[in-house]
Design a protein around this ligand. Structure first.
Ligand SMILES: C[S@@+](CC[C@H](N)C(=O)[O-])C[C@H]1O[C@@H](n2cnc3c(N)ncnc32)[C@H](O)[C@@H]1O
Length: 329
């Protein structure tokens, strides 16, 4: 074979290999670049079997879960995801909100939310006013653990059967892509708990990720998240102490990379930029018009032994914090 043709063939084989192995396409069935890092995925998948152990490596997530419900309730109290006053009054009386949980892991939040969806037998409306929840994660191992755990509770299992609750093993980028090609889906509340600090900076960015999340939020709806600020106290607490060997450490080594932590003022700028970029249809506003009526909320949280996680106003720049943005109507 002439050297040039041999070189072309080698290049083609190499290109094809790289295209099929590059993290860009990791766990993504579509053509959209994936934000999932291979290292993060294997790290979290390895924790799957102990995900539901309240004293295991996901202990911090279990302990933080009640505060997530409280924070969402405070967002709903400030601005219900609804479009006009009459509709609002009618909806207050019903469970009508559709939730999406991005990066749901083994389902700690998703399952607790699913438990608040009224059942066919018990139609009592709960404070979450949840009518449905879709939860997605790029780890198939975690989704399997999540489904298995959900089936142990008859109420939750019934929601899985009726489709009010569903787990999907897919990336956010896949969902966005299918939305663009016809699967028209927007949600009243999109949640993003402890995920932003794990996205792959070599293939994506928090701005791109948040913009995608915001595309999935209905006008008037909320994107709610929690993450960790990149501060000296957070380095000490989350990297040095939390990842120290047993009995001091509470999370496995390698759970966090301090450089990927994000500060509240960064998230605020990114979500504003995301709202301005997030045009996904004629009905959506674009540019600075998209910021009209939007709301930003941010609260620091701290862990107190014996008391659990509590909101500590003004502590958002130190370490863990909750944030939320409401899309203008
Ligand atoms: C710390 S766990 C949080 C799980 C869950 N949100 C909770 O708080 O209970 C981080 C989760 O994010 C998922 N994840 C990592 N990178 C992701 C990405 N780029 N897109 C969506 N999910 C991702 C992981 O698979 C893992 O389940």
């Amino acid at each position: 074979m002439p050297p040039l043709r041999r070189a072309t063939l080698t290049t083609r084989i190499l290109t094809s290999f790289l295209r099929n192995t590059t993290p860009h396409r990791l766990h993504s069935t579509g053509t959209a670049p994936s934000s999932v890092s291979a290292d993060e995925l294997s790290h979290f998948s390895a924790l799957a079997s102990s995900w539901w152990d309240p004293m295991g490596p996901s202990r911090v997530l279990h302990l933080m879960n009640p505060l997530r419900h409280e924070f969402i309730a405070s967002c709903l109290a400030e601005g219900p995801p609804t479009y006009d006053h009459q509709q609002q009054q009618a909806e207050q009386a019903q469970a009508h909100l559709h939730y999406l949980d991005v990066g749901c892991g083994g389902g700690i939040f998703a399952e607790s939310l699913a438990r608040t969806i009224p059942s066919t037998e018990n139609k009592t409306v709960t404070p979450t006013r949840a009518a449905s929840i879709t939860a997605l994660d790029p780890s198939s191992t975690l989704i399997q653990i999540a489904r298995e755990h959900a089936r142990t509770d008859p109420t939750v299992e019934a929601h899985l059967r009726t489709g009010r609750f569903s787990y999907q093993n897919r990336t956010l980028e896949d969902l966005i892509e299918s939305t663009a090609t016809g699967e028209k889906k927007q949600f009243d509340i999109v949640t993003l708990f402890e995920v932003l600090e794990h996205i792959d900076p070599s293939t994506s960015s928090p701005l791109a990720f948040l913009t995608n999340c915001l595309r999935l939020v209905k006008p008037g709806g909320w994107l709610v998240g929690s993450t960790i600020a990149r501060s000296f106290p957070s380095f000490l607490v989350n990297q040095v102490i939390a990842e120290a060997p047993w009995p001091i450490g509470v999370v496995p080594r390698g759970t966090h990379e301090w450089s990927k932590f994000v500060n509240p003022d960064e998230v605020k700028v990114w979500v504003q930029e995301g709202l301005m970029r997030g045009r996904d249809g004629a009905s959506e506003k674009a540019g600075s018009e998209a910021l009209q009526g939007s709301q930003w909320k941010c609260e620091g949280v701290m862990y107190f032994p014996g008391l659990g996680w509590k909101i500590v106003k003004g502590s958002e720049d130190w370490g863990n914090y909750f944030w939320a943005v409401r899309k203008g109507v």
